[in-house]
Write a protein that binds this ligand. Structure first.
Ligand code: G6P
Length: 369
């Protein structure tokens, strides 16, 4: 299996570096070269189901559940559809309200997660239309759903999900674009901006990956930490949670993701010199507020690492360490901001001598309860 790692020391690192290619594979044949149109056959074939959806309910576990949270931002903001995001494990056991005109979207890399599969069966029994977003072709979830879209990112071996997450988010963006267009809720300019943003994504991800040595050196500075806080707003809040999950999974450092503005309602009590914070502070609609969150952390002696948009000197100067991502349409920034967080978790885990590809107590897919 050294050969399968393609020269990388771990599958996880290989899979992180594959992302420019896996995003290309994910959008291939779906977005045209000019970036003026996107077609997913699963949506087209079930157009009426989606157009008439009372609600969209995401069911998933782990990293796939974080992708669902990003889906919530996308579908409510761009498509005007009410969205719920459910842990499959809770949903299946709590007698949830499911209408026959709800669309349930199951997200699963492996397509074999037992809780997600059980949630699908429950939704089907209540007459809902169930759509799958899977990686593994022909998997149980791909077969159990009425229709779906594959993310096509190739086999993911590292237990900590990386390229599957960005593939899931890419599919969700394409779905949201199609639905927003079908509903007449998006103007042509914005639609094309996002599609072109996806086409440019592989090159933009490469730019972030090119900073791996810088990210490695920042990770080395913080390997001592026993707790970590990740902050973000909007669709970068789920990204912050996903960054925290990566760190927990492979380095066994406790980390928590928190909406930046919610910090003041409790989490800020934890901040001191010993608890560093990573802030995703890309140039979005609530940028000013994120700046004040950084000031609050600094005032309490906390060390701050920021992920910011290229050219943003204001935030860079406030922080202790800074990682740049290229400018892109706001709703697709998670595809870029998640990359340094993956690398950061990876290098810390390596520094700590952890078993990166097979962390203790975790399995790649949980097929039993
Ligand atoms: C396991 C893995 C996680 C994964 C989750 C959901 O817990 O360790 O990395 O996110 O299952 O897996 P799925 O294959 O359904 O996306």
């Amino acid at each position: 299996s050294e050969l399968e790692k393609g020269g990388y020391p771990h599958f996880m690192l290989k899979e992180i570096f594959e992302q420019p290619r896996t995003i290309t594979d994910c959008i291939r044949g779906r977005i045209n070269v000019k970036g003026t149109n996107v077609v997913l056959s699963g949506i087209l074939d079930n157009k009426e189901r989606f157009l008439n959806a009372r609600r969209i309910i995401f069911v998933a576990c782990g990293t796939s559940w974080h992708a669902g949270l990003i889906g919530e931002y996308l579908f409510e903001d761009l498509c005007g559809i009410e969205v719920k995001v459910e842990y499959a494990s809770e949903f299946r056991y709590r007698n949830p309200v499911i209408h026959s005109d709800d669309v349930v979207i199951a997200i699963s890399q492996s397509g074999e997660t037992a809780d997600t599969l059980a949630a699908i069966e429950l939704a089907k029994s209540k007459g809902a239309f169930v759509y799958g977003i899977c990686n593994v072709v022909g998997s149980s979830i791909a077969r159990a759903t009425h229709s779906g879209t594959y993310i096509h990112v190739g086999p993911e071996i590292g237990v900590a999900s990386t390229k599957a997450f960005t593939g899931q988010v890419t599919v969700l963006v394409m779905m949201a674009m199609m639905l927003a267009k079908m509903k007449g809720l998006i103007d042509e300019e914005k639609y094309r901006e996002v599609l072109r943003g996806l086409i440019a994504m592989p090159d933009n991800i490469k730019e972030v990956l090119d900073q791996h040595e810088h990210i490695q050196s920042v990770a080395s500075i913080f390997t001592y930490a026993r707790n970590f806080l990740y902050l973000g707003r909007g669709c970068n809040y789920p990204t912050a949670m996903e960054g925290a999950l990566k760190l927990k999974e492979i380095s066994y450092i406790h980390a928590e993701g928190c909406p930046a503005a919610e910090m003041k309602h409790g989490t800020i009590a934890l901040i001191d010199q010993e608890m560093p914070t990573i802030v995703i502070a890309t140039n979005g609609s609530v940028y000013e507020k994120t700046i004040s969150n950084i000031q609050e952390i600094k005032a309490r002696g906390g060390k701050v690492i920021v992920v910011v948009t290229e050219g943003d000197c204001i935030v860079a100067e406030m922080a202790d360490y800074c990682i740049w991502i290229p400018k892109t349409a706001e709703c697709i920034t998670p595809l870029l901001s998640s990359i340094p967080l993956q690398l950061f978790a990876y290098y810390i885990a390596v520094n700590k001598g952890r078993n990166v590809d097979q962390p203790r107590n975790l399995a790649k897919s949980v097929t039993v309860e």
